[in-house]
Design a protein around this ligand. Sequence first.
Ligand code: ZN
Length: 428
Amino acid sequence: MAASTQARSSTCQFSHRRTAALAIALAGLLYAPAGLAAGQPDAALRQAASAALLQQTAALRASAALPPETWVDLGKSDPSGRWVMGSVTEQIDGSRDETPRSKLFLARRDGQRWTVGLEGSETFFSMLEQAPTSLLAEAEKSAFRSQRKSATARPNAAPQLLAGETGLGLPWPEGVAWYMGGGPHGNSGDSRPFDSIDFSGGDGRVLAPRDGRIYKSCIRNGSAIVQLVHDNGYTTRYYHMVNLPTLADGTLVRKGAYLGQIGNGLPCGGSTTGPHVHFSLSQNGQAIAVNGKTVGGWQFFEGAQPYAGYALRNGRRVNTGGSLVNYGADQGPTPEPQPRTVTVKAPSANQLVNLRANPSLSAAVVATARNGDRIQIVCHAYGDEVNGNWGRTRLWNRLTTNTWVSDGFVDTGSNEPVVPACSTLKRP
Ligand SMILES: [Zn+2]
């Protein structure tokens, strides 16, 4: 079957095979003198973060007797250096059925002792509230708070939504199709949960499926684990990408923003057999199965084997190896779109066009525009009818300046709206 051949061509494993070279490299990192390099965690923090991760994963470990191998990376710290945000990545033996984990953490130093709260834990949430705003701005904190709310909320309760709706699009442009090279699978292929899907296609540019705060961990070899903490309780994670944008941890990226190029990046071990992005879902800091979840207008289902499975939309089924059009998210406000530049067209060359406070002829004239002026419009609404250059119209466009112009006096190339409805937008 052609589909399964294609599926195999871009499967990946996030798990890591231990090598002597790596062990030596790690030992070097572990015993680097404190203060040698800015941005390197001290030994006490490494130990505390590693212990926190290993404690959390102990129940899943086939053998807790094996010495832990972890990478601890500093993301950022407050000016005093007492508060730190970073990540800890567990390296595991790929021959065992385990899930390698990478978690963000908050850490606070009291004397020589570090307290570490891993993403999703109670300690993390209480430290989130205590952390100074010089480490985490209020808006950044609230993105993490939404991860906690989601644990008790019932996101699927609204009946008009598709089953398992996540409020997420697929990570490429809407209306464009990419291949699902690997259906639902775990971080090490057959490990549970099957939180990941492999995608490739188009121009290979991976785009944010919803607004989110970006964090990178395990930044090595021109790649990293990239994760976006969204405002609705979901976190999406991206592996194998290259040409990553240089954005500081915690930066707000808008839906559609560039996250990286599909590739064969292996910053934290694993393997790939072709350029793709390994796209994973988590909620409340925990990896969750994609089975039954709707992303980009498709509901995803596991197959009998990892990397198998299919996606369903309106009764249409696409198996692994097939292509999926990204229909975007079916829930949540559309972020502020890119403004569109259009040309003012006055009834005659020396007349001015009114820019009003509302889409109404009785609304105040806030400003005027000259014939030929280039203006930026962001959204549309229907209001008072105007007899414009192209006949009568009720269509109005809102400018970036928050004023309104009748569609009859701008050349947009169409008598239909060319920007989204204002009612669908998040108002600033
Ligand atoms: Zn994968």
